[in-house]
Write a protein that binds this ligand. Structure first.
Ligand code: FAD
Length: 438
């Protein structure tokens, strides 16, 4: 029944995982995007994460050989953030979450530049790479993900180095895994959640659950304190409330309205308006902003206050094309953009397809007359709650008067967490990642 609820919410007509695959793939075209044949143009895609990789692939898949696509990404390996909480508990390794660009090159003919973009010259339509190479473009897609505001962190350099976010999968994930592994049942793990908007709304609560489950299973107990800058749980409130108060009762303590004001890494103390908390491990996720490239290029909405009075340093875009509202010819995708949609990998993949389709149209009809005026996107997140159970959330967005509006009842969450959901989660992940990287 829960699986049916998931597909119903996605607007799909039948059951079965192949349909998830089609929702990731050709669904958009079926939904109305008839792509211009024979379009030609030169596109640079910056950032080979969930958004950028999908955009590069689908520009070639849908646009054909007339699309000259170059992906600029400094890392040869992309480590998926999705499932990285399970690395903390030893159920996955980082290498199992690693992806590369070889299929993008061999199957789709995308060129890859293994550097980062240092500067953009929008007037000259050029970018400068970290090795000094200058590339020109007709249109550019920026998908550099997120960066962070500095934490109010004090202490010796070696103690400060232990305070990690592990919110970009990689070396910090390994550091946090080792710190959690070294805990005993009398130790406390503190997780601080930044004010929204942050990437993956259910992600921190998921992390608290899997760490609590791990401590109970492997250490015979322990404490998890969640210090949330937000006034309430930001996603799947029913399932997480239930998990905190039943499944992980006695281990998890949830403290809302507790933004971090200071962290002392020498005494391992976090200070908030709700009091000071000491932990053996402090996992502090700082306030987010768009990738530095966006902010440094003047594409962020620096003066627009975000929710909870957080300065909104994400980029304004037209959600029909994901073109910047500040500088024409630049498209911004994924976590760096400021839209009504969440910052998440599944929807980054969907946004990238909308953008790729629009760019192909714009090359043939620069007046935009053929750009799809009714794009549909969806976001889904599966959430492990224990080693064997998971929940999910799902929401479909449709374009309405300039914004993407959640349809139906908005975000739907699963009826509890089950082993069947856990199995579906594994298939969902494989489909999403192969739709992006394969
Ligand atoms: C613990 C955790 C769990 C999550 N679980 C889920 C989930 O279940 N479902 C879900 O949908 N989402 C989930 N997410 C969120 C998801 O991972 C992100 O929202 C998604 O990766 C955003 O995609 P992106 O392309 O915007 O950024 P990223 O995937 O972070 O990619 C950005 C890329 O840009 C590159 N880059 C940055 N700057 C430059 C530059 N100057 N030049 C060139 N390249 C550059 C980076 O190297 C990186 O490869 C989770 C996140 C976390 C942290």
């Amino acid at each position: 029944m829960d699986r049916r609820k998931f597909f119903t919410n996605l607007g799909l007509t039948a059951l079965g995982l192949p349909l998830i695959k089609s929702a990731f793939g050709e669904e958009l075209r079926a939904a109305g995007a008839s792509l211009a044949a024979g379009a030609t143009g030169k596109v640079i895609v910056v950032g080979g994460g969930m958004a950028g990789t999908t955009a590069a692939k689908f520009l070639r898949l849908w646009g054909g050989t007339g699309m000259d696509v170059t992906l600029v990404e400094p890392n040869a390996t992309y480590y998926s953030n999705i499932f990285s909480n399970m690395v903390l508990t030893g159920e996955r390794t980082l290498s199992q979450l690693s992806f590369n660009y070889s299929t993008l090159i061999s199957k789709y003919g995308v060129k890859v530049q293994p550097y980062s973009v240092k500067n953009i010259d929008p007037a000259g339509k050029k970018v400068i790479l970290s090795n000094g190479t200058i590339l020109s473009y007709d249109r550019i897609i920026l998908a550099p993900g997120i960066d962070f505001e500095p934490l109010a962190l004090s202490g010796t350099a070696s103690n400060k180095a232990k305070i990690v976010h592990a919110w970009k999968a990689g070396s910090q994930t390994t550091s946090l895994q080792n710190q959690i592994k070294a805990m005993t049942k009398s130790d406390t793990y503190i997780l601080t959640i930044p004010p929204k908007p942050y990437r993956c709304p259910p992600g921190p609560y998921e992390r608290a659950c899997v760490v609590a489950d791990y401590l109970k299973r492997t250490k015979g107990g322990g404490k998890v304190i969640i210090l949330d800058a937000n006034p309430a749980i930001q996603a799947e409130p029913v399932n997480f409330n239930n998990a905190f108060n039943t499944t992980h009762k006695g281990i998890i303590t949830y403290v809302p309205d507790a933004p971090v004001t200071a962290i002392n890494a020498d005494t391992m103390t976090v200070t908030t308006p709700k009091g000071s908390f000491k932990g053996k491990v402090i996992n502090a996720i700082p306030t987010h902003k768009a990738g530095d490239l966006i902010v440094n290029s003047g594409l962020g909405l620096a003066n627009a206050p975000g929710p909870n009075s957080v300065p909104n340093k994400f980029a304004g875009v037209n959600v029909l094309t994901y073109e910047s509202t500040a500088i024409p010819g630049i498209h911004i995708l994924g976590d760096s953009s400021a839209t009504t949609q969440p910052k998440a990998g599944h929807i980054a993949n969907a946004e990238a397809k909308v953008c790729a389709a629009a760019i192909i149209e714009l090359f043939s009809y620069p007046d935009g007359s053929t750009v799809n005026q009714s794009p549909v996107t969806n976001s889904s997140c599966f959430t492990p709650i224990t080693k064997t159970t998971a929940s999910w959330l799902s929401v479909v967005y449709k374009y309405q008067n300039g914004v993407m509006v959640a349809t139906g009842n908005g975000v739907t969450e699963s009826n509890g967490y089950t082993s069947e959901n856990y199995e579906d989660m594994l298939k969902w992940f494989n489909n999403l990642m192969s739709d992006t990287f394969a």
